[in-house]
Write a protein that binds this ligand. Structure first.
Ligand SMILES: C[S@@+](CC[C@H](N)C(=O)[O-])C[C@H]1O[C@@H](n2cnc3c(N)ncnc32)[C@H](O)[C@@H]1O
Length: 223
């Protein structure tokens, strides 16, 4: 029997959105937190464990706030190369009074913070070349503590209509300046199996489409 993902109350999600600095980001956040299945999927993997979390490519820190709303009060460290987003994440955590949430700016292509616990990578691998993806996955896996998990959401490269929609929306995100970069390369399932198994993790890969049109998969590596 599978455990259902913890679901925060609607008013908690609205409270998170209200922390955002601009009106349009508030609307985006409200809709993303209530419709994107990834936050519930990560919550399901980590709630009830006692390990801290490193969120690589954390954006404005939505996962950290979502987990808090699910009752997950352990430290979350967010890491992103977009200084504007890190500034917003720091301001939002301060407004909410969440001292267990920390955010740091840095480029995951040139190194990751020292860390041991769960590691999360949501929707950032498409910005990397294949060697950069392999290097990041290996570095992330080395930070997964015994009993902890590497939890990844990524669009996978294949010849489906879902994949074409995923690419189109990533280009739109760059065109409207929400993302600093256009996509570079999408990983594939064999690559995750190869790199994460070599790093000592037990890997599972399953579709995570929810109500979205995207070709997204949840990849979990467990140590
Ligand atoms: C699609 S957003 C996902 C945000 C967040 N993970 C979420 O799901 O709410 C991708 C994030 O990856 C960040 N990113 C892209 N390349 C990066 C890099 N080389 N180092 C660190 N962060 C990066 C972007 O700034 C952006 O915030």
């Amino acid at each position: 029997m599978t455990t259902p993902a913890p679901t925060p109350k609607r008013e908690d999600l609205h409270r998170i959105a209200d922390l955002c600095p601009q009106r349009w980001v508030q609307h985006y956040t409200r809709s993303k937190l209530s419709s994107d299945p990834v936050y519930g999927a990560v919550a399901k993997e980590v709630i009830g464990t006692s390990q801290p979390i490193l969120d690589i490519g954390c954006g404005i820190g939505l996962l950290a706030h979502y987990l808090h709303a699910c009752g997950h009060l352990l430290p979350v460290t967010g890491f992103d190369y977009d200084q504007r987003k890190i500034d917003s994440a720091v301001a939002m955590a301060a407004s909410a009074g969440h001292t267990h949430l920390n955010f740091a700016a840095g480029d995951a292509r040139t190194g990751l913070p020292e860390f041991s616990g769960h590691v999360v990578i949501l929707d950032i691998l498409q910005f990397f070349t294949e060697p950069e993806q392999d290097t990041l996955l290996t570095a992330a896996a080395s930070r997964v503590a015994p009993g902890a998990k590497l939890i990844i959401r990524s669009g996978l490269q294949d010849d489906s209509g879902r994949f074409r929609i995923t690419v189109l929306v990533d280009y739109l995100a760059k065109a409207c300046l929400w993302m600093k970069a256009a996509p570079t390369r999408y990983p594939n399932a064999a690559q995750f199996q190869r790199v994460l198994t070599a790093a000592g993790l037990k890997v599972s890969i399953k579709p995570m489409w929810g109500g979205t049109p995207f070709n997204n998969f949840l990849i979990v590596g467990e140590r």
